[in-house]
Write a protein that binds this ligand. Structure first.
Ligand code: A3P
Length: 345
């Protein structure tokens, strides 16, 4: 009799235990899926005070997962409909400067759960052929996102191309514009290095930097050389200021983004009215690369491609000094206009 009662009790306990475990598993799965489906807070309005708004914990992983599905071509129309995904025109554009660190900035901002990057440089506003295809063509080039997220694209040629400010203004006169700059002489050498590498890949010879940057007839800085002209930041910015007030620009210090990215990214989060979500956890220094790399989560991390962070050729120090002297007054003007002093030599 006693034995029978014990067996009955054991059976009951087993059923109750299975029910409890089952319910627990169901709850975990349900909370997880709700969390993933929960739309993110809108950029303005629902964020409230900085740091108070809550993003779903899994937003970042989910964003990556979704991106992966799209890359693999698995994201169906159903997927898009279920998650209310849309292709949105950018709310912010990294307009330049070439070799300033535009790719690093875009990739690092993409760590933020409310930011979705357009991976490719679209060259919509600087390329007449693309521009003629119209705004719908441009929008369709954008990645899918939640309506509350912001899309960011980068095309560094925008900064130096004459027609671009007016064209962007016509699309959205209140758009936010990001410019990442580096010390002008270093940037010019980086620009040259990229072109040199392209020539070498095609087994072509190329001039030395010194020959291009200094006019052999006058021995002065050659302002016809594009790599020099691009580094006269103030000249280009002045063209943009005919369309946009300075408050719509944010200057990112590209040299600091290399050495200490987090504070620079936090300034951008503030400028974009985003709650601070990028943390030191998301950025780790990779000694082999000599640069900071990105950590999305415990499994996924990545460094930028090898074409970012090339070794520069040695440049005659007297040429470097001459260039730095040449850029100095333009830099002063740039600090004055932007309100950001960068202490370049
Ligand atoms: P160098 O190749 O001269 O070192 P862009 O993306 O605008 O072409 O800029 C390229 C520059 O980004 C590189 O120039 C590199 O110095 C800089 N950069 C900034 N952060 C980086 C990072 N985390 N990894 C690699 N390159 C980075």
């Amino acid at each position: 009799m006693l034995f029978k009662q014990q067996a009955w009790l054991r059976q009951k306990l087993l059923v109750l235990g299975s029910l409890a475990v089952g319910s627990l598993l169901y709850l975990v799965a349900r909370v997880g899926s709700l969390d993933r489906l929960q739309p993110l807070c809108p950029i303005e309005g629902r964020f409230g005070a900085r740091g108070q708004a809550e993003f779903p914990l899994r937003a970042l992983q989910f964003k990556r997962g979704l991106l992966h599905e799209f890359r693999k071509g698995n994201a169906s129309k159903e997927h898009v409909r279920l998650h209310d995904l849309v292709q949105q025109l950018p709310k912010a554009i990294i307009i330049g400067v070439r070799k300033g660190g535009t790719r690093a900035l875009l990739e690092m901002l993409n760590l933020h759960p409310a930011v979705v990057k357009a991976s490719q440089e679209i060259h919509f506003f600087d390329n007449d052929e693309n521009y003629a295809k119209g705004m719908e063509w441009y929008r369709k080039k954008m990645p899918f996102s939640y309506p509350q997220q912001i899309t960011i694209e980068k095309s560094p040629a925008y900064f130096i191309t004459e027609e671009v400010p007016e064209r962007i203004y016509k699309m959205n006169s209140s758009i936010k514009l990001l410019i990442i700059v580096r010390e002008p002489t270093t940037r010019a050498i980086s620009d040259y290095t990229q072109v040199l590498e392209g020539k070498e890949r095609k087994n072509k010879t190329y001039y030395k930097f010194e020959k291009l940057a200094i006019d052999p007839n006058t021995c002065e800085v050659n302002t016809k050389y594009k790599a020099v002209r691009t580094s006269i930041y103030t000249k280009h910015l002045e063209r943009w200021l005919k369309y946009f007030p300075i408050e719509q620009f944010h200057i990112v210090d590209g040299d600091r983004l290399i050495a200490e990215p987090l504070p620079e990214l936090q300034l951008v989060e503030k400028f974009l009215n985003l709650p601070p979500r990028i943390s030191q956890y998301n950025l780790y220094f990779n000694a082999t690369r000599g640069f900071y790399c990105l950590r999305f989560n415990i499994i996924f991390n990545k460094c930028l491609a090898g074409s970012k962070g090339r070794t520069h050729p040695e440049v005659d120090p007297s040429v470097v000094t001459k260039l730095r002297k040449f850029f100095h007054p333009f830099n002063q003007k740039f600090y004055q206009i932007t309100g950001r002093t960068l202490n370049w030599p």
